[in-house]
Design a protein around this ligand. Structure first.
Ligand code: GLP
Length: 247
């Protein structure tokens, strides 16, 4: 794994956005794997700016998101579909038929997973996959101990710690969904290139565990150590617990 440490979160986000813009210039019909959460917001902001500056053309690209909450329609403000529209899709030249997320409110979530996985196998794998990391080491919504190397897209039960962490995005009295649809870790690792972004001191311990600890399903992000082309982009705070020669 390559590790790039930037002085600030802002610079780390812009660094990652530049990798995506470069990918689009190199291969305009790239398949981009996208992530949600607080961390990538600045990446999307920088990508929208790059698009407006004529440096990122999404016209031929296709996007696949990692995951979606189960039972949440795309119109719900906390759906990942809404997140993507707000932060990226509504501001760049990506037609909706080229953007894909699992259908969170499908009557039968397992069928929605199968369909999503078939689409990904047809168009994918991602040329460049963006990842964040959960405080417990999850990638997508692959929670510690529930990692499938072979499964495609799956319905998973969210860890209580994940539901607590994500409660900040939901309104008072609103419940964080208990289940989600997510690309499996095995599917995520099929991406040609992966860039994981982590910023802030709260991620320092799990980043060190993922990068320097043993590879294991107790820390799903540690599986990235197996990937031949993975880059981890950190700000100084998130790099704070790495061994000195790295951080
Ligand atoms: C979310 C997402 C992940 C994300 C992670 C960290 O729940 N499913 O894709 O990487 O948790 O989120 P944040 O960036 O808000 O810390």
């Amino acid at each position: 794994m390559r590790v790039a440490v930037l002085p600030s979160a802002d610079e780390a986000e812009r660094h990652v956005a530049a990798l995506f813009a470069a990918q689009l210039r190199r291969k305009p019909d790239s398949v981009l794997g996208l992530a949600t959460g607080g961390t990538p917001v600045g990446v999307y902001r920088a990508l929208v700016a790059a698009h407006r500056a004529g440096e990122a053309d999404f016209g031929k690209a296709r996007t696949f998101n990692l995951d979606e909450y189960a039972g949440v329609p795309p119109s719900h403000p906390q759906s990942y579909a809404a997140y993507m529209r707000t932060h990226l899709f509504d501001h760049v030249n990506l037609s909706p038929d080229r953007t894909h997320l699992p259908e969170g409110d499908a009557d039968r979530a397992e069928d929605a997973c199968r369909l999503y996985d078939a689409l990904y196998r047809y168009y994918g794998p991602a040329d460049l996959q963006l990842l964040g990391i959960g405080a417990n080491g999850h990638i997508g919504f692959n929670e510690p101990g529930f990692v499938s190397a072979t499964g495609g897209t799956q319905v998973v039960r969210l860890a209580e710690s994940t539901r607590r962490a994500n409660a900040r995005f939901f309104g008072e009295g609103e419940q964080v969904p208990a289940y989600a649809l997510t690309m499996s870790a095995g599917r995520i690792l099929q991406a040609r290139s992966i860039v994981l972004l982590a910023t802030g001191a709260a991620k320092a311990a799990i980043v060190a565990r993922a990068l320097e600890g043993p590879i294991g399903t107790d820390c799903p992000a540690s599986l990235l150590q197996l990937h031949p082309d993975a880059t981890v982009v950190l700000d100084l705070e998130a790099a704070g617990a790495l061994a000195p020669e790295r951080g």
